[in-house]
Design a protein around this ligand. Structure first.
Ligand code: SAH
Ligand code: SF4
Length: 406
């Protein structure tokens, strides 16, 4: 265990993670394991590539459909568990592939059981974080479980309020590494549902596992465009996880060319833009990307996106005390977004160890909201629930997941 921590301490992000997660107030559970994986993950194969690989192994095409369903629908942990396949085929699969490219290094559940954070080790030793959020039925919405997933190990964009941004870029995640985060969390979520059905707390119709996915973890999804698009295709697949596009949200720092490209994809996913300031001077102070894609250009791209997709855009606005939270800035934001079909989520910052920012208090957040209202811009204040367990995480936060109510 101590050797494990010492190894992790060599990685700056993890050092940060350890500092923060071990200061959780009374986490309900902690799990630590080591599980080196050497073979390539079968989750790296698209449906088409899997079909070809199965034929290459001398099997009939329909076997690939069985295999796909077992991997993504039944969430098998081992090829040996796929009883529909012959023993010899399972043996060949065992010799050629592993299933998950992730090994769980740590798993923490908050004391109120609403949130679990997982730390996964990738085959090359990189470490990423994913979060499972559980929401009870709240009158007008069904109960749901949201997976918040990472798309890169680290991030190159260097936003000054962001824990990942402060740690730099390591590498893009592969399709398998992205999708596997959902599968891992789905397996946990589904098991919990099963227990609740037995306990009579949930109907059989509510055996759903993960219902929503947000790309709001470590990294910039649109900087890993192709792998993120391929992973959405896998998440969507009706024979597999079957997560509808409208239940998927992608958050971007605002990479204009990729936003325009995404608009052409004709996907029904939700798009969230991390705006965090109403003008170039303020935005460039905390988000270096603004020098490349300034506010006006970004908003122009958002108009195009909304026109082409007919979808409302979500704006994330992290409230940084005395940096971007004045009433004048609220009005400026209102003017900027006027005429755009959008919703603004106001999020008092989750202070990070290295970041210089403090949270805006609720009263000031309400005043900011009032400023936006003058321009008819709808907004919601997302006060973090359970700050005790999420404090300092800086990336995969319950609040961020809550932003879009997904
Ligand atoms: N790179 C993407 C997605 C990952 S970050 C993006 O920037 O949009 C997901 C969201 O968390 C973004 O809106 C980001 O600005 C926000 N965020 C980062 N650090 C935060 C912090 N310390 N407190 C609150 N929100 C934060
Ligand atoms: Fe990267 Fe998003 Fe963090 Fe900015 S907020 S550094 S884009 S992960």
């Amino acid at each position: 265990m101590y050797e494990w921590i010492a190894k992790l301490n060599a990685v700056p992000f993890i050092k940060f993670f350890l500092m923060t997660t071990f200061s959780y107030s009374d986490p309900k559970s902690t799990e630590v394991s080591e599980n080196p994986i050497l073979l390539p993950s079968i989750l790296e194969l698209s449906r088409e590539k899997l079909a070809l690989a199965v034929i290459d192994m001398g099997e009939k095409t329909f076997r690939s459909t069985q295999l796909w369903r077992s991997l993504y629908r039944e969430r098998v942990l081992s090829f040996d568990d796929i009883s529909t396949l012959s023993k010899s085929f399972r043996q060949r699969l065992n010799e050629t592939y592993s299933i998950s490219p992730l090994s769980k290094s740590m798993f923490l559940t908050s004391s109120d059981s609403s949130t679990s954070k997982a730390l996964y080790r990738l085959n090359d030793g990189e470490l990423i974080e994913s979060v499972l959020m559980r929401y009870e039925t709240d009158g007008h919405r069904r109960n749901r479980k949201t997976a918040c997933i990472s798309t890169q190990a680290g991030c190159a964009l260097g936003c000054t309020f962001c824990a990942t941004g402060q740690q730099g870029f390591r590498r893009n995640l592969t399709v398998g590494e992205i999708v596997a985060q959902v599968i891992e969390l789905d397996r946990i979520a589904y098991k919990e549902d099963q227990v609740q059905v037995v306990e009579g707390k949930r109907t059989k119709g509510e055996l759903q596992g993960v219902t929503n996915v947000v790309f709001m973890g470590m990294g910039e999804p649109l900087a890993n465009y192709d792998n993120v698009m391929a992973s959405i295709k896998v998440l969507n697949d009706a024979q597999g996880l079957n997560i509808g596009a409208r239940h998927i949200t992608l958050s971007t720092v605002g990479l204009v060319p990729q936003i325009l490209k995404l608009a052409e994809e004709a996907l029904q996913i939700n798009l969230a833009i991390s705006l965090h300031a109403p003008d170039n001077v303020t935005r460039s102070q905390t988000m270096p990307v603004n020098r490349r894609y300034p506010v006006e250009e970004l908003i122009r791209a958002c108009h195009k996106y909304a026109d082409l997709t007919n979808r409302r855009i979500f704006f994330e606005y992290v409230l940084l005390k005395e940096q971007n939270d004045s009433i004048d800035q609220a009005r400026k934001l209102g003017r900027l977004l006027n005429g755009l079909h959008c919703h603004v989520n106001l999020i008092p910052v989750n202070p990070t160890k290295q970041g210089p920012f403090e949270r805006t208090d609720l009263q000031s957040a309400k005043e900011f909201q009032g400023g936006l209202k003058q321009y008819g811009i709808p907004s919601t204040i997302r006060m973090e629930k359970g700050i005790d367990i999420n404090a300092g995480c800086g990336q995969l936060r319950e609040r961020a997941v809550d932003i879009l109510g997904t």
